[in-house]
Ligand binder design. Structure first.
Ligand SMILES: CC(C)(COP(=O)(O)OP(=O)(O)OC[C@H]1O[C@@H](n2cnc3c(N)ncnc32)[C@H](O)[C@@H]1OP(=O)(O)O)[C@@H](O)C(=O)NCCC(=O)NCCS
Length: 170
């Protein structure tokens, strides 16, 4: 298969935004919940202070029967652990349904891992809401921390975040 994995460019942000909405649909969340806009995605990825790294999987357009050859992506950012130092957090790993099962997801996460090691990360982390994709991560050597150690994921939504921030007196 002639799939290449390459860094995302600012021109690819349009298709990345489309994929972000496809993931929302996959998780049965209305795409209107995606608040990130094309402008934000461009600024946050390619502006003065980039906030994320992204790689895309691209096939020759003739193999995709669609405009452009991008069929998947992995998007990540760095976090910090006081135990392990710098971590890579993968927010999205996605391959369009019609291109799955061709080792593209595997190559994308391998690329993210390579970038993490090159930047001195001790760990790669991601959250996953659908149990049917857990097998994929386990197959790549990942461990389910919720099952193993009982960790819970806490979330302060924007209203809760703002209430908390408003309580700060300093
Ligand atoms: C998870 C996802 C990225 C996998 O992409 P993919 O291109 O189909 O996966 P690959 O073809 O690279 O699979 C690599 C290996 O994992 C296995 N695998 C793939 N999906 C799997 C699953 N759901 N459960 C168990 N194993 C799986 C494949 O059989 C393959 O095994 P092999 O190396 O022995 O041949 C894709 O299904 C996806 O985009 N899902 C929706 C988005 C999502 O939930 N992303 C986050 C999940 S990690």
């Amino acid at each position: 298969m002639n799939c290449i994995i390459r860094p995302c460019t600012v021109k690819d942000c349009k298709v990345i935004l489309q994929f972000i909405k496809e993931i929302a649909v996959h998780y049965r969340v209305p795409p209107t919940e995606v608040k990130v806009t094309l402008e934000v995605l461009r600024e946050d990825g390619f502006g003065a202070q980039p906030q994320y790294d992204c790689y895309v999987a691209e096939l020759p357009p003739r193999q995709t029967n669609k405009e452009g050859g991008i069929v998947g992506y992995v998007l990540s950012s760095f976090t910090y652990s006081t135990w392990k130092g710098r971590n890579l957090y993968v927010d999205n790993l996605y391959v369009q349904p019609q291109f799955r099962g061709q080792q593209i997801g595997k190559r994308l996460i391998e690329k993210a891992a390579q970038a993490a090691v090159a930047k001195g990360c001790g760990q790669l982390r991601m959250h996953i809401a659908k149990t049917n994709e857990m097998g994929f991560l386990a197959r790549q050597g990942g461990q389910d921390l919720t099952a193993k150690e009982g960790w819970s994921l806490f979330h302060f939504k924007e209203d809760a975040l703002r209430r908390l921030a408003a309580r700060s007196k300093f």
